[in-house]
Design a protein. Structure first.
Length: 531
């Protein structure tokens, strides 16, 4: 085997010829770097505490594959492939394990012994308001502080509080259903209903959190605030790569200094707008019921500042918009590709309601097929496609039947859990019946689109309200048709922190007898104003 001195002489020879006085330190540095790299590779592959876990060899000794997958836009599918190949636990990076079993959801995200829970880690650092020294309900890592935040905000998300907010929510849903679908759906070329769902959910959550709608539906345009915040979010894969490769990341950050400075300036400006909106909402003495109503009643301003409320509001807007619209778009796509399922849902909705006005949160709760259809949409495309990382505490813990050492970063990958044949039979098929007692061989607990435990979705009830009532209203009122049936939702979608879908162009025809000329049984109140 070559000794250190042989290697040293071999590298030095060409440099000596140049008479360069730096020869010795340069050669020594090259040798030391190579030796360090080789020893890291050997350690990661054979001696690392995670060495026993299966996975691709390259991913076991380098973060490069993980970063490549994350930046490629197809990361959830890659992780799914890995789970299909290696089983329910895969080493996806030197210090990271991905799981995809029902048990792993509980073990990673729920309370464990002594009411302890794995903490969110560095992945959540640097979110909005971080440069001002604030965390939010979404980003706060400390379980005690998070508990306090969640306790305060939960008042706004209770069933009773949401019932009080329903008229505000319904107003925006009706604008989409009656105005946008009703007019633009008539066009021969159709319209992108997925984009309209996104505009609707942004308008709803802006209205509830900031006290002002973003006016996306009215202007048929995303508000600049949304474009900036979504733009920053899509860069998450790049920032994650910087963290994994700090030296190379530092160099790239220097090269991209101008771009990063612009992004930071835009983020700062967005935060200012959030603060201004929240301040205006606080100053307004109003009986209006929105997400701020209960929070303002319950908070102690000495403990929870106005800026802290703005930090929460900004992250709630992010958490509560793209997710619900993804679920609506996915469910609509699969309904339009599966005529039998669509017919059954149409029958359930159209035979239950005699007038559009009857459709609301409460009246849609008892519809079993509607619920099953939405659950199946959430299974096929979990709206948050990332495996949400948690840090295993010192001393280690069992996850999905495997002992995992302390300090490991773990996650359950939502898409790899729901599309793996190990958990669902015929996983790529749209079968709402599996949620209605016909789960032949399906492990329904493996689908947890809202996550579980103390950091699970706070807006779940609101999301269900939006999803049920929007779908029921559209299907009650229109027959929909897919303009371009060649799109494939999974093949053509990318994950850029959130989903990027192909255009979902649809035509909508008002059902016979369900317009103002024929029958007039649509709505007593607001229809006239909108059309
Ligand atoms: C179908 C729609 C939705 C899905 C699938 C969904 C999914 C999720 C998931 C998986 C998490 C956990 C995130 C993590 O661990 O980092 C989460 C957290 C959260 N979601 Fe949702 N969400 C949806 C809609 C909403 C809506 C409409 C709102 C509010 C308006 C909302 C507000 C939140 C908040 C505040 C958190 C942070 C909770 C905490 O850490 O205590 N979500 N959501």
């Amino acid at each position: 085997m070559a000794s250190f001195s042989t290697v040293y002489e071999a590298i030095k020879a060409p440099l000596v010829l140049t008479g360069n006085p730096w020869t010795t330190p340069v050669v020594a540095l090259v040798i030391l770097t190579c030796a360090y790299s080789v020893s890291r590779i050997v350690y990661n592959l054979f001696f690392h505490p995670l060495a026993k876990f299966p996975g691709p060899k390259f991913a076991a000794f380098s973060n490069a594959p993980f970063s490549y997958w994350f930046n490629s836009g197809r990361q959830p599918y890659k992780i799914l492939d890995l789970h299909r190949k290696y089983g329910p636990v895969v080493r996806v990076a030197p210090n990271e394990l991905s799981f995809n079993s029902a048990q792993s959801w509980q073990d990673i995200y729920n309370y464990r012994e002594d009411n302890k829970v794995f903490m969110k880690g560095s992945f959540y650092e640097g979110g909005s308001f971080a440069t001002r020294g604030y965390t939010s309900i979404v980003t706060e890592p400390n379980p005690k502080k998070h508990h306090e935040m969640r306790r305060l905000l939960s008042h706004s998300f209770s069933q009773q509080s949401l019932s009080e907010q329903e008229s505000l929510i319904a107003k925006t849903i009706d604008k989409l259903v009656l105005d946008v679908v009703g007019t633009r759906g008539k066009q021969q070329s159709g319209f992108d209903i997925s984009r309209s769902f996104a505009m609707m959910t942004f308008d709803i959550i802006g209205d509830l959190s900031f006290g002002e709608t973003f006016g996306c539906i009215e202007n048929d345009k995303f508000h600049p605030w949304i474009e900036i915040i979504l733009g920053a979010l899509t860069q998450l894969a790049v920032f994650d790569t910087f963290k994994r490769f700090p030296i190379a990341g530092g160099v790239v950050a220097l090269l991209l200094f101008g771009k990063i400075k612009k992004l930071l300036a835009e983020t700062w400006q967005n935060e200012e707008m959030a603060i201004d909106s929240v301040n205006r909402r606080i100053a307004r003495k109003t009986t209006r019921k929105d997400l701020m109503t209960r929070v303002l009643e319950k908070r102690n301003p000495a403990e929870v500042s106005d800026t802290q409320l703005a930090a929460h509001a900004a992250d709630i807007v992010l958490a509560g918009s793209d997710t619900s619209s993804t679920a609506l778009a996915t469910t609509t796509y699969y309904l339009l590709q599966n005529s039998k399922t669509m017919s059954r849902l149409q029958h359930e909705i159209r035979s239950t309601f005699h007038a559009y006005d009857e459709i609301c949160d409460k009246s849609t709760v008892p519809l079993p097929y509607l619920k099953a259809v939405i659950l199946e949409g959430l299974r096929l495309v979990p709206p948050l496609p990332l495996g949400l990382p948690r840090n295993v505490w010192k001393g280690g813990a069992a996850i999905g039947g495997h002992f995992v050492p302390g300090g490991t970063i773990v996650s359950t990958n939502p898409l790899a859990a729901t599309l793996d044949p190990a958990n669902f039979t015929d996983p790529m098929a749209f079968k709402p019946e599996r949620w209605m007692g016909q789960a032949n061989g399906d492990n329904l607990e493996a689908a947890q689109p809202f996550s579980v435990g103390p950091r699970s979705c706070l807006g779940k009830t609101l999301a269900w309200m939006e999803m049920r009532t929007t779908l029921a209203k559209i299907i009650w009122m229109y027959d929909l048709e897919l303009v371009d049936s060649s799109i494939d939702w999974h093949r053509d979608s990318e994950m850029r922190t959130l989903w990027h879908f192909p255009k979902l162009m649809v035509r909508a025809t008002k059902r016979a007898g369900k317009d103002d000329q024929n029958g007039g049984d649509i709505i007593a109140g607001h229809y006239g104003e909108l059309v």
